[in-house]
Design a protein around this ligand. Structure first.
Ligand SMILES: CCCCC/C=C\C/C=C\CCCCCCCC(=O)SCCNC(=O)CCNC(=O)[C@H](O)C(C)(C)COP(=O)(O)OP(=O)(O)OC[C@H]1O[C@@H](n2cnc3c(N)ncnc32)[C@H](O)[C@@H]1OP(=O)(O)O
Ligand SMILES: CCCCCCCC/C=C\CCCCCCCC(=O)OC[C@@H](O)COP(=O)(O)O
Length: 281
């Protein structure tokens, strides 16, 4: 018996829908996870801000301990497992500049997993306007810089160099200066290195493995996964001057890049991104 044309059309439509379902559900799943992550950040920031006000009465780096308690729970919602090595290097009670690679807004989870005491962060000034997220960052002592005005950003970073030693603080800076989700590391901006040389404090590089095995926004992939964290040995800056900064950057960049490729999931990467075909180091 011949199938009526209208039914035929519906069968085709249903078939197409069934075929598109995995792609559709991946996209829906991606937006659901990212949306819920943003909502979680906004909601948790609101609650944490109230707690910070009640406990510490204003802007202080001590509030970061409260933020850390909140953010450390986030990984369970997204099935993220974190494995950190060398974290003890961050717990020396002395000032230092911590630099790490910056892949995504999910980096907050990795940062809060190992954030040492008395550690401030540098962030782009746009984030101060992100509602409760901006408020909690402000309360936690985050220093905001205007990346579009190098001279003002530089002078703010100069002040950071001064207070590091005076107040025995650490500062966490993303030297790539922006998020970079590719399977590589961008060239470093110079601010972090000026701060370290000015304050004559060591630089401690922290490397996070590539997220691309579980997180690729351009392909709408966001599954559960593992993040490896490696804290590298401190790089001394005692006796260095601004003339030594280019060499200092080179040393840190190559050590971090080597660690990044070593701890990242190369097999998975080769399947998803041709750039991953890096020569073995
Ligand atoms: C409870 C629930 C909570 C939910 C979660 C919410 C919040 C969590 C709370 C807290 C977590 C906070 C985490 C914050 C993360 C934020 C991440 C970011 O925003 S990353 C982006 C911002 N960061 C940076 O940009 C830092 C790195 N950038 C720099 O250091 C730059 O160098 C710069 C200072 C911004 C300047 O940038 P520019 O593009 O101009 O580049 P260059 O580095 O090449 O410098 C140009 C030129 O200037 C000279 N220079 C640089 N610095 C100095 C200096 N200090 N003194 C003198 N001269 C300087 C440099 O040498 C260059 O000159 P030349 O080319 O001649 O060498
Ligand atoms: C009332 C205003 C409402 C505003 C809504 C804002 C929604 C944002 C909500 C949650 C986002 C959680 C973000 C956690 C902090 C992420 C910090 C971060 O990773 O910023 C990116 C920045 O490093 C580099 O930026 P670019 O890659 O240069 O771009």
């Amino acid at each position: 018996m011949a199938i009526p044309a209208i039914l035929d059309m519906w069968i085709w439509a249903l078939l197409m829908l069934l075929l598109a379902l995995p792609l559709l559900s991946r996209t829906v799943n991606f937006y659901f996870k990212i949306g819920s992550y943003c909502l979680l950040c906004l909601g948790a920031s609101l609650v944490a801000s109230v707690v910070c006000f009640l406990v510490n009465r204003g802007r202080t780096v001590r509030n970061m301990r409260i933020v850390k308690k909140f953010v450390r729970v986030f990984k369970y919602f997204y099935g993220l497992r974190l494995e950190a090595h060398g974290v003890e290097k961050l717990h020396d009670d002395k000032p230092c500049v911590i630099i790490s690679n910056h892949q995504s807004i999910l980096d907050m989870i990795g940062m809060m997993e190992i954030l040492p005491k008395n550690c401030i962060q540098i962030a782009k000034r746009e984030l101060v306007f992100a509602g409760p997220v901006g408020l909690i960052m402000y309360l936690g002592g985050v220093i905001f810089i205007n990346r579009k005005q190098t001279s003002t950003a530089m002078s703010v970073m100069g002040e950071v160099g001064d207070i590091l030693v005076k107040e025995n603080l650490k500062v966490w800076i993303y030297p790539e200066g922006t998020r970079n989700g590719s399977y590589d590391m961008l060239p470093f901006k110079k601010g972090a290195f000026y701060v370290a040389v000015q304050a004559q404090v060591p630089i401690i590089p922290v490397v996070y493995s590539s997220f691309t095995s579980f997180y690729q926004p351009e392909k709408k992939i966001f599954t559960s996964g593992k993040i490896k964290i490696e804290v590298l040995d401190p790089v001394k800056t005692e006796g260095l001057t601004v003339e030594d900064i280019p060499e200092l950057i080179k040393t840190c960049h190559s050590a971090m890049k080597e660690a990044f490729f070593r701890i990242s999931d190369k097999l998975n990467e080769n399947r998803t991104n041709d750039q991953a075909l890096q020569p073995e180091q």
